[in-house]
Write a protein that binds this ligand. Structure first.
Ligand SMILES: Nc1ncnc2c1ncn2[C@@H]1O[C@H](COP(=O)(O)OP(=O)(O)OP(=O)(O)O)[C@@H](O)[C@H]1O
Ligand SMILES: [Mg+2]
Length: 218
């Protein structure tokens, strides 16, 4: 079992979208539980709209102090959605310490870098938990923007997934439809949207395999 926290103190970076989408892709081959540790409850709202169709299990409003107890449950991966504010530092510290891995989604914007950097330096690195930055909301028509963001992250020495997640309208309307990425209506964009998360999952699996206990991803 791996506990995977999705974190970034920058609001709106894509934590909830990443948690729900990555969980959907991982659930194709693994037993997955998503836990909402954000008092804002966005993923809970999304899960409620999805109801029975959600392809993984979901637990809303779990106390971050109880995360360690989840290890007794029969899941391969527990994905934790976390709060995106500076005030929630203590909650986030508790979650990170209980986790095996942290994914930090970030937008490819100059002003997104400082909060990302602060989160890593004050809430991830001190606990020695392995992590990767994941570029999110990438615009394929603006490769310069992606390159600039990659340079900032690499220049700071923060490890990141080679593959980023592109920006698709379907992601922003998915919670309202109660769908996760693997359930979007079939289209070219949907194929690419699923592919983004599959590639990230594959990289994640490679990192985990190197740490000895792989979780299957196709
Ligand atoms: N790859 C993407 N393509 C398009 N829209 C996206 C993508 N990722 C996130 N979004 C949208 O950006 C907004 C913020 O995303 P999300 O709610 O996942 O961020 P968050 O980090 O969880 O925010 P908060 O800090 O408020 O919890 C949402 O409207 C979401 O639908
Ligand atoms: Mg959120």
């Amino acid at each position: 079992m791996r506990i995977l926290a999705v974190a970034n103190q920058k609001g709106g970076a894509g934590k909830t979208t990443t948690a729900m989408s990555l969980a959907a892709v991982l659930a194709e081959v693994s037993r997955v539980l998503v836990v909402d540790n954000d008092p804002q409850g966005s993923s809970t709202w999304w899960a409620e709209r999805a109801g029975e169709s959600l392809p993984f299990d979901f637990a809303g409003s779990t106390n971050p102090n109880e995360l360690a107890r989840l290890r007794e449950l029969p899941y391969d991966v527990v994905v934790v959605d976390t709060p995106g504010s500076l005030e929630a530092g203590e909650v986030l510290a508790t979650i990170v310490q209980a986790s095996d891995f942290v994914i930090l989604p970030t937008e490819p914007e100059a002003l997104a870098f400082q909060p990302l950097s602060r989160t890593i330096q004050s809430l991830v690195q001190p606990y020695g938990v392995d992590y990767r930055v994941m570029l999110n909301k990438l615009d394929p028509r603006n490769p310069g923007e992606t390159l600039e963001a990659q340079k900032l992250i690499d220049g700071a020495g923060f490890p990141r997934f080679q593959h980023g997640v592109r920006k698709y309208k379907a992601h922003s309307t998915a919670p309202l439809r109660g769908e996760v990425v693997t359930q979007y209506e079939t289209s070219r964009a949907t194929f690419k949207a699923i592919d983004d998360y599959r590639r990230v999952a594959l990289e994640l699996n490679t990192v985990w395999a190197a740490q000895s206990q792989p979780v299957g991803v196709n």
